[in-house]
Design a protein around this ligand. Structure first.
Ligand SMILES: [Mn+2]
Length: 265
């Protein structure tokens, strides 16, 4: 039995399946997915369908892109109520009309929100996959069940898996985050500067190791940093898979916690 972690699939469903094949993932293994299943990539729909029927030995954690997806769906539901649109949740055409209403109200600056469907994922789900508000609400509900982090002892080491970074209190994070949850979802170099936990290994994603300007740049290899003072290791396993069409270094990574072996596709 092994425990695997993958992060930042971003709609790269085929690569995700290739990875499951490569690690010969089976019913006796566990898999932790560290969030950002959707947006940017071509197969967000396939990922969402996979999430809604994912096997019991898979733990789904939340990424910032999921959090934002829920906000988008919440906004659509609010507009439906406030504008009294009486959207039929099972009607694709009604859902498209509601989407257009939200866009219209945003253009008219009649909503307090600036961003809506920033990556065009909902537009694509509507245009290519003919989804309905019922589908969108179902996926939002799956996401609302997702915890922000997971922790457990494996082979005498304490492991924490989280989307972006881990901190046990907001105190030392310099006031840049409103809540610990925001830190879990959005931390970048802060996860090294003010995050961490004593005698632990943290596995996160969020910052592509293909981004040359980022703290975690490592030419598309998994980034590892060890803080000897805290005895805390930090892994960034987001190797930028979704950018592979414009970056030769980009790929999907997976780490096995029992021996910290890394796999790539
Ligand atoms: Mn992210």
């Amino acid at each position: 039995m092994s425990t695997y972690v993958i992060s930042d699939i971003h709609g790269c469903y085929n690569e995700f399946l290739s990875m499951l094949e490569k690690i010969r993932f089976s019913g006796s293994d566990n898999l932790i997915l560290a969030g950002d299943y959707i947006d940017r990539g071509k197969q967000s729909y396939e990922m969402l369908r996979w999430l809604e029927q994912c096997p019991p030995n898979v733990l789904l954690l939340r990424g910032n892109h999921e959090e934002e997806f829920v906000s988008n769906v919440n906004l659509m539901q609010s507009v439906d109520l406030i504008e009294e649109l009486n959207t039929n949740f099972s009607s694709h055409m009604d859902t498209v009309a509601l989407y257009e209403s939200v866009k219209y109200l945003l253009r008219q600056k009649k909503l307090s929100i600036v961003y809506f469907d920033l990556y065009g994922t909902i537009e694509k789900l509507l245009g290519q996959n003919h989804v309905t508000l019922y589908d969108l609400c179902g996926w939002a509900e799956v996401i609302r069940q997702m915890p922000y982090h997971w922790e457990s002892k494996i082979a005498d080491r304490y492991y924490i898996v989280v989307h972006a970074g881990y901190a046990d209190s907001l105190q030392n994070t310099g006031g840049r985050f409103d809540s610990l949850e925001q830190f879990f979802l959005y931390a970048r170099e802060e996860s090294l500067q003010s995050g961490g936990a004593a005698h632990s290994t943290i596995i996160a994603g969020h910052t592509p190791t293909t981004a040359r300007e980022s703290f975690a740049y490592n030419a598309g290899n998994v980034f590892r940093y060890y803080d000897a003072g805290k005895d805390c290791a930090f892994y960034d396993i987001d190797c930028g898979c979704v950018f592979r069409n414009r970056n030769l270094e980009a790929r999907l990574a997976c780490i096995r916690l029992e021996d910290e072996k890394i796999f790539y596709v």
